[in-house]
Design a protein around this ligand. Sequence first.
Ligand code: URA
Ligand code: SF4
Length: 185
Amino acid sequence: MYENWKELEQSIIHCQKCKLCQNRTNIVFGTGNKEAKVMLIGEGPGADEDKEGIPFVGKAGQLMNKALTGLGLNREELYIANIVKCRPPSNRVPEQDEAQACLDYLRNQVVLVKPKIIVLLGSTALKNILGKEYGITSARGTWVEKKGIFYMPTWHPAALLRDENKKIEFWNDLKEVKKKLENLV
Ligand code: URA
Ligand code: SF4
């Protein structure tokens, strides 16, 4: 566990802890306000993120940004990271050994940011953070409190591109996040 961001970021730059290191262009560490009350966790970098080294800059990310700014949740007030920091080939779901190898970095990010709220974007984030027993279809939209952090599971933004109904549910889930944020002491 690193006590500061510089050490943590340095430790990741040359990481070879899993096979995803073989095809990456850039590590996608995370971005945003390092003292954010709200943290968003996705799955892993896609092609655009791999190219730029920044999470959620592609199509799904742009859609998510629109929803966030529409609700007055600006990316500057949030911290955004992924379960795995390197792009899985053909955007496949990260395998168990890859997620496991990478999770310590994310845990370290959570310790440093100290968010009050964590939004879990999709099944991969949900299962790796809260546990395999959770399923996104039934868990989404409902708060889970653990060790003083409120977790809101919701759809992964890429799923919204394929399904209009999910857009509405995603919007409602983010509205809950906004409400909770406003009511935090
Ligand atoms: N999908 C993710 O899960 N994360 C990103 O950073 C981009 C797309
Ligand atoms: Fe290291 Fe994570 Fe990249 Fe795997 S995905 S090589 S554990 S930074």
